[in-house]
Design a protein around this ligand. Structure first.
Ligand SMILES: *Cc1c(COP(=O)(O)O)cnc(C)c1O
Length: 399
């Protein structure tokens, strides 16, 4: 089969809910991926930050093979010998008290919503079915009905209603707006430390510190969605560390398996998780032994191989390089760690033609919201590889 054959088959039988670049990948190793014609690309998307550890990391692969040969799924009707070890590892690493494992990011978000609502009724004393959760404009928290119901992106929500009530939307990066939106029925504020899908939107310095203080003062839970920003992406294990705060609930996913398997988790700093009783929430695959073993190794290599420090160092270097690109159509270059973006003025005619040309030059990345290109390579990228990438990016973007 050639490239066109794969594309034709996919278009013929698949739902058209994505608009991918027309590269058909077949192999990956570290920062590199290869297409079916044997062309090599530097992956600057990292599966939306799920492969922070690089493609097919050998140690995670080894763990996956060994665990798959021993035990993969028990359901939570029984205990397994990997779950407790995963719990201990991730709680110690993130200074959390409790953890609840799920599979996808959206499920972690749903889990947090359920948990804070129940906490609101049982602990805070909010009248039944009146709990309010505050979220931000241009958020991205996943694709379930509840979640798209509080999205402000028309493409995410149009045609999918009716939606769940109980969400209030405020501008991102505006702590005063948060304070003004709180009522006696508010149970939580759900926010991304940096808005990834919105185009790497970085809030003003001090925002999260003020948010933390406001949540404390009003007795509401702070839920940080670190599904994209977490696990080293921004140059810290969790992005909250940049402001020296701790959320009450932290959501991680994506890189929690290094791209091998869908694994997510809700991490809880307070005892809010204790409101959940047996039978009230769960998932057939959540916390399965294969997932737990993979996640433990994915976390271990992130730390032991210095990927987080590398993300900080290479991110700063990469960003400096991007900032030097001269093109009057570029509106802004921004980033934190290896989570970076180049935004174009609308007159540039969208970023898609750039991402297509970048692919021709061996750089894979994706436009987000039409005018912005996100650059987020695996955290193992070396200086030589950044130079290699910048040379090509500059060639395409300054043309
Ligand atoms: C990707 C993402 C999600 C959803 O994760 P899925 O695994 O795709 O359900 C939620 N929040 C943020 C910030 C994300 O980047």
């Amino acid at each position: 089969m050639n490239v066109q054959d794969y594309i034709r088959l996919e278009e013929r039988y698949g739902a058209h809910n994505y608009h991918p670049l027309d590269v058909v990948l077949t192999r990956g190793e570290g920062v590199w991926v290869w297409d079916v014609q044997g062309r090599r690309y530097l992956d600057c998307l990292s599966a939306y930050s799920a492969v922070n550890q690089g493609h097919c990391h050998p140690k995670i692969l080894q763990t996956m093979i060994e665990q798959a040969q021993r035990l993969t799924l028990t359901s939570r009707a029984f205990r397994n010998d990997q779950l407790a070890l995963f719990y201990e590892d991730i709680c110690k690493l993130t200074r959390s008290h409790k953890v609840l494992p799920m599979n996808s990011g959206a499920e972690a978000v749903e889990t947090a919503i359920k948990t804070v609502r129940k906490w609101g009724y049982e602990v805070k004393g909010v009248p039944r079915d009146r709990a309010e959760i505050i979220v931000c404009e241009n958020n991205f928290h996943g694709r379930t009905i509840t979640i798209v119901g509080f999205s402000t992106d028309p493409r995410s929500r149009e045609g999918f209603g009716p939606f769940a009530p109980g969400f209030k939307i405020i501008p991102f990066g505006d702590a005063d707006a948060l304070e003004a939106a709180i009522t006696p029925n508010t149970v939580a504020f759900l926010v991304e430390p940096i808005q990834g899908e919105a185009g790497v939107i970085i809030p003003p310095e001090g925002y999260l510190r003020r948010v933390r203080e406001i949540c404390d003062r009003h007795g509401i839970m702070l839920i940080l969605d670190e599904i994209q920003t977490g696990l080293g992406r921004t140059g810290k294990l969790l992005a909250e560390e940049h402001e020296g705060i701790e959320a009450d609930l932290t959501l991680v996913g994506k890189a929690l398996s290094g791209g091998f398997y869908p694994i997510s988790a809700v991490l809880s700093n307070q005892e809010v998780m204790d409101v959940l009783q047996p039978g009230e929430h769960g998932s057939t695959f959540g916390g399965n032994p294969l997932a737990c073993a993979i996640a433990r190794t994915a976390l271990k290599v992130l730390i032991e191989e210095g990927m987080i420090e590398n993300a900080a160092e290479m991110g700063a270097y990469f960003l400096t390089g991007l900032s030097r690109i001269e093109n009057p159509h570029i509106k802004e270059v921004r980033g934190k760690g290896l989570m970076m973006a180049v935004e174009f003025y609308p007159e540039a005619g969208g970023a898609r033609h750039y991402t297509e040309r970048l692919a021709e030059h061996g750089i894979l990345c994706k436009e987000t919201h039409e005018h912005t290109i996100r650059f987020a390579p695996p955290l193992i990228i070396t200086k030589e590889q950044v130079d290699w990438a910048l040379e090509r990016i500059e060639e395409v973007l300054s043309a």
